[in-house]
Design a protein around this ligand. Structure first.
Ligand SMILES: Nc1ncnc2c1ncn2[C@@H]1O[C@H](COP(=O)(O)OP(=O)(O)OP(=O)(O)O)[C@@H](O)[C@H]1O
Ligand SMILES: [Mg+2]
Length: 548
C-alpha cells in the first residue's frame, strides 16, 4: 500500500483517523491528478491519477519543482500567476475553464488541462493543493462539434440561398409565362380581326380600282381619291396589327444595321425637331442580321417617336448598336444577336405603364395622339424575326428599348426588285376562279377579265372539281386557300395535280401563317390584298411554268 494511503484503524476510533482514511481512499481512486506543493512549489504529494496522467512515478517526481509539469514556454507566466494567487486573500481558484492551460508530460508532450488550486497555512507554512484534469478528449470533441456545427450552418445557408434563388427564378418564369400568354391571346385576337379586315379592304380597293378605270369624270375622281386614301389608311393599320400578331409577310434580307441606322438619321433628325439631340453609338464591326428592312426602319422610327414624345422639353436620344451573345442578352437558348437600343432622357415609365406598354392599343397619350400600336408592332416584328425586345425604364430615369435581332447565318445578298409591268393575257386563257366569298369572287373575276383572260367561277373546292371533271377547257385554277365547303385550296390543288396535271394552280391568301405550311412549297401563292400587276404577273408566271 502507498505511504500516503493510511489504513483505517478502527481501534483508534478517532475522527482524525477516519478523515485520514477517507483522504487516502480519495487519493487512491481519483482519476484526476492530485498534487500537493510546499511553499517553494516543490511536489510533496503525487497520487496514482497524477502518475497516470503525467507519466512520472512518485519516486521520480516527489521533491521536484512544479515547473517540471508545466511547458517551458508557460513557466514564467505560471510563476507569476501563483505569486498573484498566494498574495491574494482568495483561498482557492479554478484555472483553465475560461482560458486554456496546458500541462507537460514526462515525455515532453503537452495536453490541455483544467486545474483548481487551493492554499492553506499549516504550522505557519504555506501549502498548496492542486487538482488537475486532462481535458484532451473533451477539447477534441468540442472542436469536432464546433466544426460540425459550422459545416451544418454553412449547408443551411447554402440551401437557403439556393431555395431563395429557386423561388425567384420560378416567380420570374411564372410572370414571363403569364405575360407571354397575354401577348399570345392579344395576337390571336388581333390576327383574326386583321384577317377579316384585310378581306374587306381587298373588296374596297379592288372595286375602287375598277371604278377608277371606267369613270374618270372629275367629281367622281375626287370621291374616289378620298375613298382610296381611307382604304390605304385601313391597310396601313392592318399591316401594323398583323405585325403585332406576327402574321406579317416579312421579306427578310441580309442587313448591315449600322448602315440602316445611318441612313435613318436624316429623317429622324427632321421628325424629332430642334430640342432633341440625336447621337448614334455604332458597333465597330456589327454582325450582319437577316430581317425585313422596312419593318426594322419602322421599328426604329416608332421607338424614336416614342422617345420624342417622352421628352417634350427636349433631351438626348441615343441609338446604339452592339454585338451580343444570348447569354449577355439574358436570352436562351444560345445564339448571337445584334442589339439595337434606343435610349432617351425623358419621363420614363411607371411600373403600370411598363407592364402594359407592349399591348396593342395601350397608350397614355391623348385621344388622337397615339394609337398604342407602336411598341406592339415592334414587339411582333422582333418575335417574328426570331429576336426579342425588352424595356428598361423607371419614372424620371428615361427609357431604353432593347431590340435583339439574330445574327444572319450566311451572308448572301438578296435583291427584292419586282418589275411593275402588267402583262396581259396573250391567248385568252381560261381561268377558273375558286372563292367562297361572293364579293371577293366577283371582284377577282372582274380583275382577271380585265387582264384579257376568260373567266369561269366556282363557289368552293367541290364545285371546282365538278367543273374540271365535266371536261370544260380550263387553263389555270386560281383558288383561295381557306374556304368553306369541305375542300381547302391545298386539297383542290392536290386533286388537280393528281387528275389534271397539265393545269397549273395559283393560290391566294391573306394569312401569312397559311404560307408557312408544308404544302405551301408546292404551289405559287399570291398574297392578299394584291395589286393588279401582282395578279397579272402571278397568272403569267404560273402559266409559263406549265409550258416548260
Ligand atoms: N420612350 C418612352 N418613354 C416613356 N414612355 C414610353 C416610351 N415609349 C412608350 N412609352 C409608353 O408606352 C405607351 C405605348 O407606346 P406605343 O408606342 O405602343 O403607343 P403610343 O406611342 O402611345 O401610340 P403610337 O405609337 O401608336 O402612336 C405610350 O403611350 C407611353 O405611355
Ligand atoms: Mg408610339
Amino acid at each position: 500500500m502507498a505511504d500516503d494511503a493510511l489504513p483505517f484503524d478502527p481501534t483508534r476510533g478517532s475522527a482524525v483517523a477516519l478523515a485520514q482514511a477517507q483522504v487516502a481512499a480519495i487519493l487512491a481512486i481519483a482519476a484526476d491528478a492530485i498534487i500537493s506543493l510546499d511553499e517553494s512549489l516543490c511536489i510533496t504529494l503525487f497520487n496514482d491519477g497524477a502518475a497516470q496522467i503525467f507519466g512520472y512515478s512518485k519516486e521520480e517526481i516527489l521533491g521536484q519543482r512544479l515547473d517540471l509539469l508545466i511547458p517551458e514556454r508557460m513557466r514564467a507566466n505560471h510563476r507569476h500567476h501563483v505569486a498573484d494567487f498566494s498574495a491574494s486573500p482568495v483561498p482557492s481558484k479554478k484555472m483553465g475553464e475560461r482560458q486554456e492551460i496546458f500541462a507537460r508530460r514526462k515525455d515532453g508532450s503537452e495536453f490541455p488541462a483544467e486545474a483548481s488550486i487551493a492554499k492553506q497555512v499549516i504550522n505557519g507554512r504555506r501549502v498548496y493543493m492542486v487538482v488537475l484534469r486532462d481535458v484532451t478528449e473533451r477539447r477534441q470533441a468540442e472542436v469536432a462539434l464546433a466544426a460540425a456545427n459550422g459545416a451544418l450552418e454553412a449547408r443551411v445557408a447554402d440551401r437557403t440561398r439556393a431555395l431563395e434563388a429557386e423561388i425567384r427564378r420560378r416567380e420570374e418564369t411564372h410572370a414571363a409565362l403569364i405575360q407571354a400568354q397575354r401577348m399570345e391571346a392579344f395576337g390571336q385576337l388581333t390576327g383574326g380581326i386583321a384577317h377579316d379586315f384585310n378581306n374587306l379592304l381587298t373588296i374596297i380597293t379592288g372595286n375602287l380600282e375598277l371604278l377608277g378605270n371606267e369613270h374618270s369624270q372629275l367629281h367622281q375622281a375626287a370621291f374616289l381619291k378620298r375613298a382610296t386614301d381611307a382604304a390605304e389608311m385601313g391597310a396601313a393599320l392592318t399591316r401594323r396589327l398583323l405585325t403585332f400578331a406576327r402574321r406579317r409577310h416579312l421579306m427578310p434580307q441580309i442587313l448591315d444595321v449600322n448602315e440602316l441606322i445611318l441612313n435613318l438619321t436624316e429623317i429622324l433628325q427632321r421628325s424629332l425637331g430642334e430640342p432633341v439631340s440625336l447621337t448614334t453609338v455604332l458597333a465597330g464591326s456589327a454582325w450582319r442580321i437577316r430581317a425585313d428592312r422596312s419593318e426594322l426602319e419602322n421599328a426604329i422610327l416608332n421607338l424614336a417617336l416614342n422617345a420624342r414624345d417622352a421628352m417634350p422639353a427636349g433631351g438626348n436620344l441615343v441609338i446604339e448598336s452592339r454585338n451580343v451573345t444570348a447569354e449577355q442578352a439574358g436570352l436562351s437558348p444560345d445564339g448571337e444577336f445584334v442589339l439595337i437600343s434606343v435610349s432617351d432622357t425623358g419621363d420614363g415609365m411607371p411600373p403600370e405603364v411598363l407592364e402594359r406598354a407592349f399591348e396593342p392599343f395601350f397608350t397614355t397619350k391623348e385621344p388622337g395622339r397615339g394609337t398604342g400600336l407602336g411598341l406592339s408592332s415592334v414587339y411582333g416584328f422582333a418575335e417574328q424575326s426570331g429576336g426579342h425586345v425588352t424595356i428598361d425604364s423607371a419614372p424620371g430615369r428615361g427609357a431604353t428599348i432593347n431590340l435583339y435581332l439574330p445574327r444572319a447565318a450566311e451572308v448572301s445578298q438578296d435583291t427584292g426588285v419586282v418589275a411593275e409591268a402588267v402583262p396581259l393575257s396573250e391567248n385568252s386563257e381560261v381561268v377558273l376562279v375558286v372563292e367562297d366569298n361572293p364579293d371577293v369572287r366577283e371582284l377577282t373575276m372582274q380583275r382577271v377579265e380585265g387582264l384579257g383572260y376568260v373567266v369561269r367561277e366556282a363557289e368552293n373546292g367541290r364545285a371546282a372539281v365538278a367543273i374540271l371533271k365535266s371536261g370544260e377547257a380550263i387553263d389555270i385554277v386560281l383558288s383561295d386557300i381557306v374556304m368553306a365547303g369541305g375542300l381547302s385550296g391545298y386539297e383542290l390543288g392536290r386533286w388537280v395535280q393528281a387528275n389534271r396535271p397539265s393545269i397549273p394552280v395559283l393560290l391566294t391568301t391573306g394569312y401569312a401563317a397559311e404560307e408557312a405550311r408544308p404544302d405551301a412549297a408546292d404551289f405559287p401563292i399570291l398574297r392578299k390584298p394584291y395589286k393588279r400587276a401582282e395578279l397579272a404577273n402571278a397568272l403569267r408566271d404560273a402559266l409559263a411554268a406549265r409550258a416548260v
